[in-house]
Design a protein around this ligand. Structure first.
Ligand code: SAM
Length: 230
């Protein structure tokens, strides 16, 4: 039996490519995204009462990687990229049904011009199709006694420094509010692929319409340049 779903909304996110997106929600609280509801779901009735909740579950499609299929075993970055676990013991994007689930903070609900939710801390790519929104219910879903398996806590953070050039570019750029904090929180997560450690290498991450170029050496991420995205 097959089931088909259609998106109820679309994500507008500062993350313009996969590289640099945190591996789970809430790790980068400075990431603000807008979830725009699509017709016929963009009616104020569909979100009546939602603004009373502080957090929501977003079900979505891993639309950018869904054509790459799936494997029964995956290598989670948290295990260093070598050890394998079953796909259903992981949060891999490559799944039989390429659906994601993220718990995010609900900042506001707007019904003035269509319906849109302002969300914080999302791990979602720009253009992500959203299948469903559900309110988070703390007394049922918060389980401080739960075991986190091989993911036993937040990842260690890198220190982030800015070069003179990057500071100058930042001052000259017409970047959105909170951009510097977003850059710092994203780089502190260490976006490099597991077991890649080349202190000479220069990386670029796309945030809004900027290409943030940086290097990582000795536990420090250094912002080198903030350039307009190509
Ligand atoms: N919190 C969700 C979950 O557990 O289902 C997603 C976890 S998944 C490991 C997070 C990664 O998904 C991000 O780092 C990003 O690389 C990727 N991602 C986010 N949105 C995506 C999209 N629309 N298509 C493909 N990959 C996406």
């Amino acid at each position: 039996m097959n089931y088909s779903f259609e998106p109820i909304g679309v994500i507008h996110s500062p993350y313009r490519e996969k590289f640099g997106i945190p591996r789970q929600p809430s790790l980068v609280s400075a990431a603000r995204v807008r979830l725009e509801l699509l017709p016929p779901y963009d009616h104020p009735d569909c979100v009546r009462g939602l603004a009373e909740f502080s957090h929501v579950w977003i079900s979505f499609v891993f639309h950018q990687t869904m054509d790459r299929g799936w494997q029964p075993l995956v290598r989670p970055p948290r295990l260093g990229g070598n050890a394998k676990v079953g796909v259903f013991a992981s949060r891999s994007t490559h799944r039989p049904n390429p659906m994601g689930l993220s718990l995010v903070e609900l900042i506001s609900v707007s019904v003035d011009n269509g319906v849109a939710l302002e969300l914080a801390g999302a791990d979602l790519l720009d253009g992500t199709p959203v299948l469903d929104i559900k309110p988070y219910i703390p007394f049922v879903e918060s389980r401080p006694d739960a075991s986190g398996g091989f993911v036993d806590g937040p990842p260690p953070l890198l220190r982030v420094e800015w070069s003179e050039a990057a500071r100058r570019h930042l001052a000259e750029a017409d970047a959105p509010a909170g951009f510097a904090l977003l850059v710092e929180q994203v780089l502190a997560q260490d976006p490099r692929p597991a077991y890649q450690d080349d202190p000479e290498r220069i990386y670029g991450v796309s945030l809004y319409c900027y290409n943030v170029r940086f290097g990582i050496a000795g536990g420090v991420a250094r912002v080198l340049e903030i350039l307009p995205a190509a």
